[in-house]
Write a protein that binds this ligand. Structure first.
Ligand SMILES: Nc1ncnc2c1ncn2[C@@H]1O[C@H](COP(=O)(O)OP(=O)(O)O)[C@@H](O)[C@H]1O
Ligand SMILES: [Mg+2]
Length: 375
C-alpha cells in the first residue's frame, strides 16, 4: 500500500482539497483508496467530499478499545474510495499519547488498499510530523506566497529534526550534545543542519549513521497550489534549493495547480470539484498528479527519480494551464457568461490582493533585516 500523508505547515493552502480529489482521481483510475482524516481537532474532509459529518470517527477509535478501524470505515458513493472520518471533538492534538499514536499507525498500515491518503492538520506539532512520517513519500503542498513557502520549508526542517531525534538513543553523545545546545539557549530551529551533522559525526558515529539510513527513505514530494501566473512556478525552484542546501533532501515536484474560482461553487454545491467539473483546469491538474503517482509506483524504492525533469515538467504545465485558463475566459466573454462589469470587479480584487502581498513582503523583509542585524 502506498501511504501518502499530505501536509503543509501553513493552513488554508489546499491540503484537504488535494486529499479528497486525489483520492477520487485514484479511485477513478481503478485503485482502491482509503482516505483518512487525521486533522484531529480541525476535521473538515467530509465537507470537501460532500458527506454529512459522521459520529464516532477517529476520535472514537482512539478512545474505545473495542472499536476496530473497519467499524469506522465508510464506503463512499465514489468508486473505489473508502473514508475514515476525523473528529472535530478532539480537544487538541496534544492529548494523544504515543500508545494511541502507535494504535493508529498499526491499524492504518494493516489496511488492505492500494493507496492510503491522509489529510493532516496545519502546523509543526510533533503529532503532525509523526503522522507525516508514517511514510517517507508524503506530499507537502504550498501556495506561492512567501509565508506559505517558508512554512513548507520549516515543516520539512522540523521533520528532518524529528528523524534525527528518532535516530538517537537517550543517553547517546549526540543526545547529550543537543541537550547542551538547548541549555545554552540555542533554538534548535535556527540550527544549520549540515554543521550540526558534522558535529554529530565527530562525536557519535552510530547516531550519525542511523540518521543517514533513516533520512535516506525520506523522499517527500511537493505540489504548488493556488498558482495565478506561470511565473509563480519559479517559487518551486527556491524551495527545492533551500531543501538541498540546508536539509540535504531533494524535493520531487508533483505539479502545479492554478487557483480556480469554480472550486468555491463546487464547495457550495457540496461536491468535490472532480465530480462537479471533471474538465476544469483544477480537476485536470489533480488527475495529472494522480497519473504521476501511478506512473511512479514501480520506482517506489529506487532512488533515481528524475527530479530535474519533474521541475521542467511543472514549469511547462504552468504555461499550458495558463493558456487554457485564458482561452476559457475568452470563451466566457464571447458567450456573454462573463460581463465587462465582472472583469472590472476581478481586476479590482486582484489589485487589492497585490497590495496585500506587497505589504506582506515588506513585513518579511523588515523581519529578515532585523534578524540579520541581530546575528
Ligand atoms: N486551487 C484552488 N482553487 C480555488 N480554491 C482553492 C484551491 N485550493 C484550495 N482552495 C480553497 O481554499 C480553501 C482552503 O483549502 P483547504 O484544502 O481547506 O486547505 P487546508 O486543508 O490546507 O487548510 C478551501 O475553501 C478550498 O476550497
Ligand atoms: Mg484541511
Amino acid at each position: 500500500m502506498h501511504i501518502i500523508p499530505i501536509a503543509s505547515g501553513k493552513g488554508g493552502v489546499g491540503k484537504t482539497l488535494l486529499a479528497a480529489n486525489l483520492a477520487l482521481a485514484l479511485g477513478q483510475a481503478g485503485k482502491r483508496v482509503v482516505l483518512c482524516d487525521l486533522d484531529l481537532g480541525g476535521s473538515n474532509l467530509h465537507l470537501m467530499l460532500g458527506i454529512p459529518p459522521a459520529e464516532g470517527g477517529m476520535g472514537a477509535f482512539i478512545n474505545r478499545p473495542d472499536l476496530r478501524l473497519s467499524d469506522i470505515l465508510i464506503q463512499t458513493e465514489y468508486p473505489n474510495v473508502w473514508f475514515i472520518p476525523g473528529d472535530g471533538e478532539i480537544p487538541g492534538a496534544a492529548n494523544i499519547t504515543s500508545h494511541q499514536k502507535q494504535k493508529i499507525r498499526r491499524a492504518l498500515c494493516s489496511l488492505e488498499a492500494d493507496y492510503l491518503i491522509i489529510d493532516l492538520g496545519a502546523g509543526t506539532h510533533n503529532l503532525v510530523l509523526d503522522f507525516f512520517l508514517f511514510s517517507g513519500r508524503g506530499i507537502v503542498i504550498t501556495a506561492p506566497t512567501p509565508i506559505a513557502t517558508v512554512n513548507a520549508y520549516l515543516f520539512l526542517k522540523n521533520t528532518v529534526f524529528r528523524i534525527l531525534g528518532q535516530s538517537m538513543k537517550k543517553k547517546s553523545e549526540a543526545h547529550q550534545y543537543l541537550e547542551s545546545l538547548r541549555k545554552e539557549g540555542t533554538a534548535l530551529q535556527s540550527i544549520y543542519i549540515p554543521r550540526l551533522l558534522e558535529q554529530i559525526r565527530s562525536r557519535d558515529i552510530e547516531t550519525y549513521e542511523t540518521f543517514q539510513r533513516n533520512v535516506r527513505s525520506f523522499r517527500p514530494r511537493f505540489v504548488l497550489n493556488m498558482v495565478e501566473d506561470p511565473r509563480d512556478a519559479e517559487k518551486a525552484h527556491k524551495l527545492r534549493r533551500s531543501c538541498q542546501q540546508y536539509l540535504n533532501i531533494d524535493l520531487e515536484h508533483l505539479g502545479i495547480i492554478y487557483r480556480d474560482d469554480l472550486q468555491d461553487i463546487a464547495l457550495g454545491s457540496r461536491l468535490p470539484i472532480l465530480i462537479y467539473k471533471p474538465q476544469s483546469i483544477l480537476s485536470m491538474a489533480i488527475k495529472r498528479i494522480a497519473d504521476k503517482l501511478i506512473q511512479s509506483e514501480g520506482e517506489e524504492d529506487s532512488s533515481i527519480t528524475p527530479i530535474d525533469e519533474s521541475y521542467q515538467e511543472a514549469s511547462l504545465e504552468a504555461e499550458v494551464d495558463f493558456e487554457a485558463k485564458m482561452e476559457y475566459l475568452e470563451e466566457l466573454l464571447h458567450t456573454g457568461a462573463l460581463t465587462t462589469g465582472d472583469l472590472i470587479e476581478t481586476v479590482k480584487m486582484q489589485q487589492i490582493e497585490i497590495t496585500q502581498l506587497k505589504k506582506e513582503n515588506q513585513f518579511l523583509k523588515a523581519k529578515i533585516m532585523n534578524l540579520l542585524k541581530g546575528t
